[in-house]
Design a protein around this ligand. Sequence first.
Ligand SMILES: *[C@@H]1O[C@H](CO)[C@@H](O)[C@H](O)[C@H]1NC(C)=O
Ligand SMILES: *[C@@H]1O[C@H](CO)[C@@H](O)[C@H](O)[C@H]1NC(C)=O
Ligand SMILES: *[C@@H]1O[C@H](CO)[C@@H](O)[C@H](O)[C@H]1NC(C)=O
Length: 504
Amino acid sequence: MRPVSLVLFLTFTLLAFNAGHILPGLAEGENREQKVWARAGTSAVLPCYLSPRKMWKQLPDKTSVLWKRHGGSAHQEPHVVLEVGYSGLRKTALPMRPRVSVQDSALRNGNFSLRINPVQSEDAGLYEAWVTHNTDIQTCQVELGVITVTLSPPSPVVENEPLLLSCNSSHRASLVETRWFHNGLLVPTSGTFCSLHGALSILRPTMSDVGSWRCQLRYSNNEIISATYNLQILGFDGPTNPVVYAAAGSAADLPCTLSYLPSAFGINVVTAHWIRLAGGHLQDWGISQNLSSRNFSFHLPAVGPDDGGQYRCAVSVGSKTISRDVTLAVITVTPSIRGPVSEGSHLLLICSLTRPWGHERFQWKHLESAPTNSKLAVGTSRNLEGHRSQMGPTLEINQVSQKDTGTWECSVYGPEGRLGAAEYRLQITGAQVSGPPTIFSGQVTFGLTLTLFLLLMVCVLALALRKRAQSPAFPALEGIVAVTVPRKKEMEENQKEKIQQTQC
Ligand SMILES: *[C@@H]1O[C@H](CO)[C@@H](O)[C@H](O)[C@H]1NC(C)=O
Ligand SMILES: *[C@@H]1O[C@H](CO)[C@@H](O)[C@H](O)[C@H]1NC(C)=O
Ligand SMILES: *[C@@H]1O[C@H](CO)[C@@H](O)[C@H](O)[C@H]1NC(C)=O
């Protein structure tokens, strides 16, 4: 293109552009017909302003407005929609009565725009305003086009339930193409979203599908119109399959929080149930719920290793039920020695999960006991000297010593960070009853028992002698002796049992 023609082209373009914008202000008698598009369910404003020059000259008291609707698709006679008389008296006609209005200050500020809220698909058509001020009449013609976004099944949309979004409009030309945008991005009509005759189908809606969906309709006359629908999906907050890690003996909360308050969907009846999916047999916990809350979490005051497993929270909203599975993983520390641990013994501490997923890592830490250092000591190589597998689930202490007393903490880590921890309190008994000393103490006790036994025999003999001397005079003593002797024998046997135990 030559420079001259380019300049000419630009000049004409600018003139045409300006003309388009000046035109409405210049038109005094008949307003140019305007077209307004609105989505069914939202509000629409059909513009009509009295030209400002006239407002300067005229007093508003001799002004009135009459909005009429032309037949539209149905073969109706033009009929009155709304009228504001000289006195300010308002009249609205039946079918649209509660939904139409003009500003209260219309007669003073010259804004006679008609507001329709909410718009219905059958409102589409041609509207005309007759503004009378003294002897002048000004008219505004506005064509209202309605775009309908249909959601099927109707709201509330719940997680995982297939849904279909479709758009149609009152446009009389034929529809050439429908495109969909989610949060501003064009949606590919393959894969997860399949577009059927312009409708968008989401097979398994998830929380990632919430937000604004815009349909863009292109017609054979190249006109493009669009409408936006804000999709809300009733589901749960947080991850899809949450896993809760809790130490045996501690409390646990199984999460179950709805993404929205059910009342936001106009639902007033909500019930929640927790069931346990343990080995086929179901345990039911019904939960009565406060409607001003969306939190249905389940609290376990103290979990045991048997509590680990899968739980399901099922929430019934209206006629629909949505559920979420929650896994409770209980962290348990099992020592290789039950009860008190003696110094010098070989100890294994095994950290386990009721249901490992394979991606967990374990880390052992020694939380030092109060007298030496109240601060938490991280399991450094110094601390865990001579203890192997400090990173694995098993902590091995080859020879338990006094510095090992205190709390040992097993932390479980996943790719997302620390998941939970369980503690074990190591208490050391001073007595050294292992290895060679056992034999030594065994010998000592054997000697003691023998001495006791001999003493007993002496006593029995002495008593027998006394009995022989006094028996005719005190028959009651006989009973006492009879009772005393077996008692001593019992004691002796107890002693023997104790020896057995210590030697084991
Ligand atoms: C004119 O009135 C309509 C409602 O009747 C309103 O939405 C619009 O903002 C008003 N215009 C101006 C410029 O105030
Ligand atoms: C668009 O579809 C809805 C629902 O199917 C229907 O009620 C409405 O009349 C349709 N609108 C037009 C202009 O065809
Ligand atoms: C219901 O929820 C409200 C607000 O969260 C709270 O004030 C009220 O105590 C709750 N009632 C019951 C019975 O939980």
